[in-house]
Structure formats: C-alpha cells, structure tokens
Design a protein around this ligand. Structure first.
Ligand code: MRU
Length: 364
C-alpha cells in the first residue's frame, strides 16, 4: 500500500502466492494486521466479525468466499451462496454479488467453476474500484461548486464536510464512496476539512475514517455523534456526505444507525445532504425503505462496552453501563428520500426520486 488514496486496498488476491488477503479492520486503528483468508468459513467469519465491512466490501468478500468454497468442493455452489447470504442482512451488495456469481457459474462445468469464480470475484473487485473512482469524480465536481460559492464570499474559505461511519477505501474495492470525492478534492488541492462522527457503537468513524484520512493527510476533526446538529446550526458544515448499504427504487437510503438524525438536522439547517453509492447498492425491488429494508441487530456487548487501549497501550474493553441494563443495538436506519439532496453514483449525480432511480436504471 502506498499513501495515495486511490492505491489503498483492504482486500486483494495475491496471484503469486494464490492467496486472498484482507486488512483485519477489527484491529484498527491500533494495529495494521494483514490476514489470509483460505476457506469459506473464514470468509463468513470475516464478514460476521466485521474484519471486513462496508456494503461494497461485503459483496466482494462474498464473491471470493464462493471461489474458496468451490476450490474445496466444486459441487457446493448453492450451499456456499446460502451460507454467505446469511452473514449480514442489510447491505444488498451481498445478495447482489452472490446472485451474479450463482447466475454466472451455474452453467459452468463443475471442474472449471473455481477458476471461473476467481475471475468473477476479481472482476467484481476491479469494477467496484472503478465505480468508486467515478463516484469520486462526480462528487468532486459538486464539492468544487460548493467551494466556489463559499470562496466568492471569502477567498480563504475551507469546505467543511460531515461524514458518518466509514465509507472510505476500507469499505470498498478502492477510494470509498462518501470519502472518494473528499480524497479527489484533497488531491486536486481544494481546501477540505472533514467532521468525522465517531459512530457508536463500533466507532467506525473514530477507528477507521480518522485513520484513513490521517494516512492521506486530509484535515479532519473527530466529533461525538451528537455534535453534528450543533455544528450545522452554527454554519460549520457545508455538506453532509455519507454512504449507503441499500437504496430503494424510491430513493430511500439505509446507512449506519444515526445517519437519519444527521439528515434531519441537515434538512432543518438547509445543509445539502448527499449520499454516495455504487449502483450495486440499489435494491430496485424495494420502494419503502423504512418498512421493507431488513435492519441488522447486533450483540448487546457492542453497546455495553467500548474497546480501546488502556494507559499502558494494551487493547482492552471497558463496561460503560450497569451489568443488568437492557440493551438495544440496531445497526442501521433509513433516511427517507425527501431528506436526500442527491445520489452520487458512478453514472453521475441523480435526484433521490423514483424518476431519478429510473434514470440510473436506464444506465445499467
Ligand atoms: O456496519 P458497517 O461498518 O458495515 O456499516 C458500514 C456503513 O454503514 C457504510 O456507511 C456503508 O456500508 C456505505 S460504505 C461504502
């Protein structure tokens, strides 16, 4: 990995060693640990434990998981897809990737399936990287426009972007979704500064987004999840930019829990609220996001404890509530289309409306 944002990878296939490798994101930001993934079970575990996470990356990992299963037993296409489909429920990219592999491989003779699956998984990875780069280009044009308006009032204006969770290269094939325009803007010399929501309960903002931005030298400030509304009331946010795990045919957007509250605050303060996503994140089958998107519920220990380093630098988890407390841990929420200013995709920027989604579909 170099430090140029577009060169960073969180999952790759080493052709020489014939080995799938990932960054174990559960160890960040304190340790950069590279892990080998050799079996279907390890691929599933990596998704469930969130060693890999983020909608596009979950789909890519699942595709390589199919390859690993077929390498061991070429007659396990359907069962491998079923097993992988159960790992996480909300990001539609998982189902999207599995359907693509299942449909592409079913007519391939079993003896050639593993090799074909590997090629498909590599293609999916490369396509996602290209899509995210194109999202970055489309989003860069938007950031340039917003900055020009701001600089017309003050030459030294800096563009302040607020983001939630981690939608950077760690979550995708490369570049990221919401962070891609930010990286491209930074590389183009635009003065950008990012407000990074810590993103309880797993703190992907603190542990992943802050780590990513620091590596690329993008100015940023970590804030508690509750701070965004205050910043917006005081004119300290020019645009909110987030990712999506599933976007419906009506433009509703499902993303990490807490995104909806940021969208409400943005709406109330007339701050543009954009969602960046590859089209693999769109579920054209669904229209009512609040009622129809399955929302993941995770372990209560993610709420009852926080992970970090103690004073001696040793990794530890500390309890933050009485042990007999009842906990609830919904992983995602839905932001209705009416609160979304636009969808930044690899095909350009579209309104979050049924017509906007039809226009995107026409490109596919
Ligand atoms: O639970 P996670 O960490 O997988 O959630 C990730 C997010 O919510 C991201 O914002 C989303 O996947 C879009 S990322 C490219």
């Amino acid at each position: 990995m170099s430090n140029a944002s577009g060169d960073m990878r969180t999952l790759w296939y080493d052709d020489n060693a014939q080995q799938l490798k990932i960054i174990d994101q559960t160890q960040l930001p304190h340790q950069l640990l590279i892990m080998d993934i050799d079996t279907l079970e390890q691929a599933c575990d990596a998704i469930v434990q969130m060693r890999v996470r983020g909608a596009p990356l979950i789909g890519i990992t699942a595709a390589f998981g199919v390859y690993l299963a077929l390498k061991k037993d070429p007659d396990t296409l359907a069962s491998a897809c079923n097993t992988l489909a159960k790992t996480r429920p909300t990001a539609v990219n998982l189902q999207w990737a599995l359907t693509r592999l299942a449909e592409g491989l079913v007519s391939v003779p079993p003896a050639q399936r593993a090799e074909a699956a590997l090629e498909m998984a590599k293609t999916l990875l490369a396509e996602d990287a290209a899509a995210c780069s194109a999202i970055g280009d489309a989003g860069l044009a938007l950031l340039e426009k917003l900055l020009a308006v701001k600089q017309a009032r003050a030459d030294d204006a800096v563009l302040n972007v607020l983001t939630h969770c981690n939608a950077g290269w760690l979550a995708t094939g490369a570049w990221g979704t919401a962070l891609a325009p930010i990286y491209k803007a930074h590389q183009a010399g635009l003065p950008v500064h990012v407000w990074v929501d810590e993103t309880r309960p797993r703190n992907q903002g603190a542990s992943l987004t802050a780590w990513e931005l620091a590596r690329s030298g993008v100015p940023h400030t970590l804030i508690v999840d509750n701070a965004g509304g205050h910043l917006m009331q005081h004119g300290m946010v020019d645009i909110c930019l987030v990712g999506s795990d599933r976007t419906t045919a009506s433009g509703d957007v499902c993303n990490k829990i807490g995104t909806y509250l940021k969208a409400l605050a943005a709406f109330d303060n007339r701050v543009p609220f954009y969602v960046a996503l590859p089209t693999s994140t769109i579920d054209f089958e669904l229209s009512d996001g609040v009622r129809e998107i399955p929302i993941e519920e995770r372990a209560s220990t993610e709420v009852s404890h926080v992970a970090g380093l103690d004073a001696s630098g040793t990794a530890c988890r500390v309890a933050i509530a009485p042990p007999d407390t009842t906990f609830s841990n919904y992983g995602f929420d839905v932001t209705p289309a009416r609160l979304v200013s636009g969808l930044i995709t690899e095909k350009g920027i579209f309104p979050a409306t049924p017509q906007g989604l039809l226009d995107i579909k026409a490109w596919l």
